[in-house]
Write a protein that binds this ligand. Structure first.
Ligand code: DAT
Ligand code: MG
Length: 152
């Protein structure tokens, strides 16, 4: 298990509903370290790149409309198994099927309004981090508390 970085977005519905802090808190509470963060409105060009794997699917246009519909909070989170840690904290894609205790399972209803994005692999994380952040925006630091979060 190694230290990984992953891209997280609080989607426009999360920002509009005032759930940015809640969602960030849940991820921070799992011990993940925020190494980059900004607010931005995603352009259509960026959205098509970010969701490129879904091009051609019936929900693609709606997804692009949604993710560009208002500001998002973009973050790079770092920690041991960060990709899986974020995915399990988010819950599965459809909030109706997501377990209680997850962000989507506790706060969401509709698959098209599922509040949060997290990269699904270290490969897509590297690509998505590159879409949203330049290398100089990503910080490198240690926290004294880290030894209380992971054993080694
Ligand atoms: P995830 O966000 O859990 O990684 P994904 O990458 O499969 O899910 O899909 C990206 C987003 O597209 C997802 O967060 C919501 C939307 N989406 C996926 N499947 C959908 C569907 N069947 N109908 C409507 N929207 C869908
Ligand atoms: Mg995905």
């Amino acid at each position: 298990m190694s230290t990984e970085q992953t891209l997280v977005l609080v989607k426009p519905d999360g920002v509009q509903r005032g759930l940015g802090g809640t969602i960030i808190s849940r991820l921070e509470a799992r011990g993940l370290r925020i190494v980059a963060m900004k607010m931005l409105q995603v352009s259509r060009d960026m959205a098509m790149k970010h969701y490129g794997a879904h091009q051609g699917k019936p929900f693609f246009n709606g997804l692009v409309d949604f993710i560009t519909s208002g500001p998002v909070i973009a973050m790079v989170l770092e920690g041991r198994s960060a990709v899986e840690m974020v995915r399990t904290t988010m819950g599965v894609t459809d909030p109706l099927k997501a377990q209680p205790g997850t962000v989507r399972g506790d706060l969401g209803v509709d698959i098209g309004r599922n509040l949060v994005h997290g990269s699904d692999s270290t490969e897509s994380a590297a690509q998505e981090i590159g879409f949203f952040f330049s290398p100089d925006e990503i910080l490198s630091y240690e926290r004294d508390v880290d030894r209380w979060i992971t054993e080694s």
